[in-house]
Design a protein around this ligand. Structure first.
Ligand SMILES: Nc1nc2c(ncn2[C@@H]2O[C@H](COP(=O)(O)OP(=O)(O)OP(=O)(O)O)[C@@H](O)[C@H]2O)c(=O)[nH]1
Ligand SMILES: [Mg+2]
Length: 487
């Protein structure tokens, strides 16, 4: 039993926060729901849509509590944690509805408290306090670092950087590394240069056309308020096995900063935030990975492996001791399903199920309930059949965002019809590296794989407040995540 986790467990047990949580739970049933996913997966849009649905929802046939009219009211209340930024629900909703723009990228954790007054099916009145925590999935993938030495970390991340799918993107960093001896005296400028090149390589792997998922350390791409701090100014260097770091060397400096990253960044996140969650939804841009090709898909699978380990669903069950109570439900959701024709929604779900199952098979299950869904939290397209010559083809229609597609750039006002590629009905085909999948494509050969549509036009009520947002299967997600607590 390594000492780092014994003390982590101890800290978690003693955390006053947890005791407070417990007292509050008795007086007032509370559910802490984590919303996570890698950058651009759709966390902000999903969270906004979830809150809006609870406050104003209609058209939610599968979310039984709402469909049966048992949700009397949902209202925002001050959140419990004073040191965590509030999720800017009003701002994000206004951007979506008033400007028909997607919200800006958010780079850190945020929180929102919603109190839901409802009528249990057997009668009476109750309320459920829902604490929603939106945090970057990149941070979850840092969990394994806690068990690694700097030498382990350096060896692993350099292996990954030299893998065929990544080597070209890592070339500038690897070249700088080749010109560096780890035993030279520590030098801040050199540490910064290596850290910057390493971060550039991680960012290049995350670019849309590449769409890699497994890119620790998580804060290098999602620094939050730590940007530029020494705990983030390190990089892996080449070490021969078993070398001790000479005092005062670059190696020693990097190793010290790696330890600081673990202590000051990774551990506090797991202790203060992650360990307090009851349920979790993991949003995944499966389409982006499919569009980028088999290497991106394999990488996504490895990242899901890491995420499942963090949920203690797997072999790393020592983490269970950290939990006040175990996370009892996890939903994996493929986002942006509105980029596909509905005939492919089940296929997208099947692909995600297969990714998750393969990751689960490597871990032994501990009874956490897991489900998978393909959804669009905010549906930006509608479906139509479009005649091309003699054939009629299923199409999706939406307003593409301005400026995409170079020479024939869209103006951001006119609608366009796109013929989404069919997903294979047998997901296994996707895991064969010789068969690529060429996602969204136009019948005439235009490359629409990464087309973004503007958010939909939303109707308003007599007071000018936005009505329900169109969605795909958001009700199913809500029923899984909240339904049993509103019975
Ligand atoms: N069509 C469609 N696009 C979506 C949907 N959800 C998210 N998107 C697209 O995905 C982008 C990212 O969504 P966000 O909700 O900002 O993602 P995030 O996970 O919060 O991203 P970061 O804050 O950068 O980590 C948006 O700008 C939209 O272009 C959806 O339901 N439908
Ligand atoms: Mg966000």
């Amino acid at each position: 039993m390594p000492s780092w986790y014994e003390s982590l467990v101890e800290e978690a047990r003693l955390a006053a926060l947890t005791l407070l949580d417990r007292a509050e739970e008795l007086a007032n049933p509370t559910l802490r729901l984590g919303i996570t996913g890698l950058s651009r997966a759709g966390k902000t849009v999903f969270t906004t849509a979830l809150v809006h649905a609870l406050m104003r929802g209609e058209r939610m046939p599968v979310f039984r509590a709402m469909h049966e009219g048992r949700i009397a009211r949902a209202s925002l209340e001050p959140q419990p944690d004073d040191a965590v930024p509030r999720f800017d629900y009003e701002g994000h909703l206004a951007t979506l509805v008033n400007e028909r723009r997607w919200p800006e990228s958010t780079r850190r954790i945020s929180e929102l408290r919603l109190v839901v007054d409802y009528a249990p099916a057997r009668g009476g009145k109750r309320s459920l306090t829902l604490d929603i925590v939106d945090y970057p999935g990149e941070w979850l993938l840092d969990l394994p670092l806690l068990g690694q030495s700097y030498a382990d970390f350096a060896a692993q991340s350099l292996n990954l950087a030299r893998a065929p799918a990544r080597a070209a993107l890592a070339a500038p960093f690897l070249a700088a590394l080749a010109a560096t001896a780890p035993e030279v005296p520590a030098d801040e400028a050199q540490a910064r240069q290596l850290a910057a090149l390493f971060t550039d390589y991680l960012a290049a792997c995350r670019a849309e056309a590449v769409s890699m998922s497994l890119l620790p350390p998580g804060r290098f791409l999602m620094p939050g308020d730590l940007e530029g701090s020494p705990a983030l100014t390190f990089a892996p260097v080449d070490l021969s096995p078993g070398t001790e770091a000479p005092p005062g060397s670059l190696h020693a400096m990097m190793a010290r900063r790696f330890e600081a990253y673990k202590e000051r960044v990774v551990r506090p996140f797991f202790r203060d935030h992650f360990a307090r969650l009851d349920r979790q939804i993991v949003l995944i841009d499966v389409l982006a990975a499919l569009n980028a090709g088999p290497a991106a898909l394999a990488d996504l699978e490895a990242a899901l492996d890491g995420i499942l380990a963090a949920f203690r669903i797997g072999r790393d069950s020592w983490l269970g001791a950290l939990f006040r109570h175990r996370i009892d439900k996890v939903l994996f959701a493929a986002t942006k399903a509105d980029h596909l024709h509905h005939a492919s929604h089940d296929r997208l779900e099947a692909i995600l199920r297969r990714l998750v199952e393969r990751a689960l098979a490597r871990a032994e299950s501990t009874g956490t309930e897991i489900d998978v869904v393909a959804l669009a939290a905010v549906r930006a397209t509608r479906e139509a059949s479009v005649k091309r010559g003699r054939t009629t083809m299923p199409a999706i229609i939406g307003v593409p965002e301005a400026g995409q597609h170079g020479a024939d750039a869209f103006d951001g006002l006119a609608e366009a019809a796109v013929f989404p590629g069919d997903l294979p009905d047998n997901p296994a085909a996707l895991f064969d590296p010789t068969l690529g999948f060429r996602g969204l494509s136009d019948a005439e050969g235009g490359d629409f794989r990464f087309l973004r549509f503007r958010p939909p036009l939303v109707m308003r009520n007599a007071e000018g407040l936005p009505l329900a947002l169109p969605h795909i299967r958001l009700d199913r997600a809500l029923d899984f995540l909240l339904g049993d607590r509103l019975r």
